[in-house]
Design a protein around this ligand. Structure first.
Ligand SMILES: C[S@@+](CC[C@H](N)C(=O)[O-])C[C@H]1O[C@@H](n2cnc3c(N)ncnc32)[C@H](O)[C@@H]1O
Length: 259
């Protein structure tokens, strides 16, 4: 399988991801899993599982959990670190899974990488059984994401931040146009990304540096940007770098044909 566009930076950057963002996203994954109201014995899909954060929390009570991701490097780590779940390399927009397989689909901070959000949500609906549930998160609202901390730095370096994250008001309508019902959206502006020290910050930057906008830059250009970003990032009392990020949570369900 060709690695989907949204997975490219995560494949070679998987080890750095595991040490940095995966840790800081755990409380968000917890809320995503809680939002799915999982039942004993449920069959669960974690779409864009990464290193298996949400899948790990969904395991238990006899549930069967499949985590899929487009980045083989992420799946390799998930297989090694999350016992009890199954992991496959797969594009979440074209799932190699039969219709109506899952009781619940969970997706922590992965939908934002979909080329076509509604098409991905429609694919997730296809593999959900009638009455099944969806629970996901994305970063936001837009003005809380790193765009705000780094706006001036990015502008100085000619990096556009326009349209990078889904808008709060778009998520519910996107889910409903894909066919989900009862969509509920809640934004939590208190969520932040915490990077323990400069090494962790640089590992996070290394992921960003693989993105389209700056992939062809020289090492000197990257270093200049990283230094300015380090200087602009708020620090905690223990020295950690803390970026406001926010999180938007969406829950919805697939209509039950019996009702
Ligand atoms: C920010 S990470 C989140 C990972 C994980 N859910 C977590 O909570 O740590 C986004 C993940 O979505 C995956 N992804 C992006 N586009 C994808 C696609 N089309 N199909 C499958 N996975 C995709 C990436 O490879 C990456 O692992």
């Amino acid at each position: 399988m060709t690695i989907p566009g949204g997975s490219r930076i995560f494949d070679s950057g998987a080890a750095g991801y595991e040490r940095t963002i995966a840790i800081t996203l755990r409380p968000v994954a917890r809320r995503v899993v809680d939002g799915a109201a999982l039942q004993p014995g449920d069959v669960v899909l974690d779409a864009g599982t990464g290193t298996g954060n949400a899948a790990a929390l969904a395991v238990g009570d006899g549930r069967s959990v499949l985590g899929i991701d487009g980045a083989p490097g992420m799946i390799e780590i998930a297989r090694r670190t999350v016992p009890g779940a199954r992991f496959e390399v797969m594009d979440f927009a074209r799932l190699d899974v039969a219709d109506e397989t899952f009781d619940a689909v969970i997706a922590c901070h992965s939908l934002l990488f979909a080329e076509d959000r509604v098409a991905a949500l429609r694919e997730w609906l296809r593999v959900t059984r009638p009455g099944g549930r969806l629970s996901l998160s994305v970063p936001g609202p837009q003005d809380l994401t790193p765009s705000i901390v780094y706006r001036e730095v990015y502008e100085r370096h000619g990096i556009s931040t326009a349209g990078r994250y889904p808008e709060v008001d778009d998520l519910g309508p996107d889910a409903e146009s894909a066919g989900w019902v009862g969509a509920r959206v809640a934004a939590d502006p208190t969520i932040s990304i915490r990077l323990a020290d400069e090494g962790h910050f640089r590992a996070w930057r290394d992921l960003g540096a693989r993105g389209e906008a700056t992939r062809d830059w020289t090492p000197e250009q990257h270093e200049a940007l990283t230094r300015e970003m380090l200087a602009a990032t708020p620090r905690d009392v223990d020295g950690a770098y803390v970026m406001p990020f926010g999180a938007i949570f969406l829950t919805a369900r697939k209509a039950d044909l019996d009702r």
